[in-house]
Design a protein around this ligand. Structure first.
Ligand code: ASP
Length: 443
């Protein structure tokens, strides 16, 4: 039995939804479908989820709920009428407007994109609609509660034959709607797949799968046919955003493979994400390549701290990390030497004022000999299980970058030997990716 999740572009309009129906009906193994809210119909279009965020802001700034909700209602009305459905969404809109008028949360309002879309798809397929608020549980602190969800979802879904479930949200114990982070319908699909112990979790999107490198930077980047859970985490964390990186956790327990498929090119094989490269349904499959993929992101900031004898000073690292934590930040990496330590942070979460504050507080807690800020860093992860058993992997990485005259600002190799992370200047990012692709993939 399969669970299929369809992303925003796959359900962007009536024509897309009719494609989705063909895909679902052509495979009787698909029994549960999870949908996102309708996404962009063309490049400059706005996703329903973004329209809903805007609607929430407009209401806060004084626009009437009815007026603010109009663009959302008209998108859904067009879909319903073009699909020729007799579904009357007016009572749903009224209930949403009432809730918003009475101060419903932003999470509630933005979740309505997935809710209404699932209602439409269920009606169009003639399948049962099961609300995610009945299945997916968050705790009092708004953290996803996997145990409670598993118990409830497997029971509820176990007694259903076919169902359509909205992605992206669930409920807290007091009944309030809570959403995952953006792109979270991928996680909902994985939760449903885990709860029914599906043979495969199909994730239908608008690309053929994961590419070895960002195709906007490396033009003829090839498709990755098979990826492990761990490689996926590394690549998606570093910016390969085909699938939400947290989608792995719900399927990992039962070793359920995730198959990335393209709604607009259903014949393409896609990328299969598996627990291990060595075993899948009894067969050993992947032919190891030197690396599996390269991914990266720009705009990191490093705070480089230097102090003699740092290595023997008890609590030095802890005090620095406390400063980072007290300012509500998570660190990305901490490469260190004997007398130096650099904390790498996501630059998008920092203002100049916050950087000054961090520097000031770090100076106060550990009196360094020297502290300076390195801006405009890009991080690049070279990922693959193949790296671990091939001597010379690092030589190839650094040789390729040296040949392209790219200066490396930092090196970090995870202890799993699954990845090598390097930092370069933002301005060298594209050059570095192409050099690495040439040296490690094209050969
Ligand atoms: N609709 C939500 C978003 O745009 C969730 C999703 O599509 O996965 O982020």
């Amino acid at each position: 039995m399969k669970v299929a999740k369809f992303g925003g572009t796959s359900v962007a309009n009536a024509q897309c939804i009719s494609r989705v129906k063909n895909i679902i009906l052509s495979d009787p193994e698909i029994r549960f479908v999870v949908v996102s809210a309708p996404g962009k119909r063309e490049k400059d279009d706005t996703k329903i989820t973004d329209l809903l965020y805007k609607c929430y802001d407009n209401v806060r700034y004084g626009t009437s709920v009815k007026e603010a909700f109009k663009p959302v209602a008209s998108r859904f009305n067009a879909i319903v009428s073009e699909l020729g459905l007799t579904l009357d969404l007016e009572s749903e809109y009224e209930s949403i407007r009432q809730h918003v008028g009475h101060g419903a949360s932003c999470d509630y309002l933005v979740s309505r994109g997935e809710y209404l879309c699932a209602k439409i798809v269920a009606c169009y397929l003639g399948w049962e609609f099961i609300d995610a608020s009945r299945l997916i549980c968050f705790d009092e602190d708004g953290m996803f509660d996997p145990e409670k969800t598993e118990a409830i979802a497997s029971k509820l879904l176990g007694s259903a034959q076919n169902a359509v479930i909205p992605g992206f949200y669930g409920t807290t114990p007091d009944g309030a709607i809570k959403t995952f982070s953006r792109g979270g319908s991928d996680i909902s699909g994985a939760i449903v797949a885990g709860a029914v112990n599906a043979s495969v979790y199909e994730n239908w999107t608008d690309v053929d799968g994961f590419m070895r490198c960002d195709p906007r930077v490396v033009e003829d980047s090839e498709l990755i046919e098979m990826l492990t859970y761990k490689e996926l985490r590394e690549l998606s964390y570093m910016g390969a955003n085909v699938l939400h990186p947290d989608s792995i956790f719900p399927v990992r327990k039962n070793d359920i493979p995730i198959s990335i498929r393209n709604t607009f090119n259903p014949k393409a094989k896609g990328t299969l994400i598996v627990p291990t490269t060595r075993f899948l349904n009894g067969i050993y499959v992947r032919k190891e390549t030197f690396i599996t993929g390269i991914a990266g992101k720009k705009d990191f900031v490093g705070i480089a701290i230097e102090k003699s004898m740092m290595n023997s000073e008890l609590g030095f690292g802890r005090r620095i990390l406390n400063v980072i934590e007290d300012n509500g930040l998570a660190f990305e990496h901490i490469p260190s030497g004997i007398d130096t330590l650099t904390v790498i942070l996501d630059g998008h979460k920092l203002s100049e004022e916050l950087i000054r504050k961090l520097v000031f507080e770090i100076e106060n807690v550990c009196s360094p000999d020297n502290i300076h800020v390195i801006r405009d860093l890009a991080l690049i992860a070279i990922v693959g299980h193949g790296l671990s058993f091939r001597p010379g992997a690092a030589a190839k990485v650094f040789g390729s970058l040296a040949a392209a005259n790219v200066n490396i600002k930092m090196i970090d190799q995870g202890s799993s030997e699954l990845n090598i992370i390097i930092a370069v200047e933002n301005k060298d990012y594209e050059k570095a990716l192409n050099a690495l692709y040439d040296g490690l993939v094209r050969k």
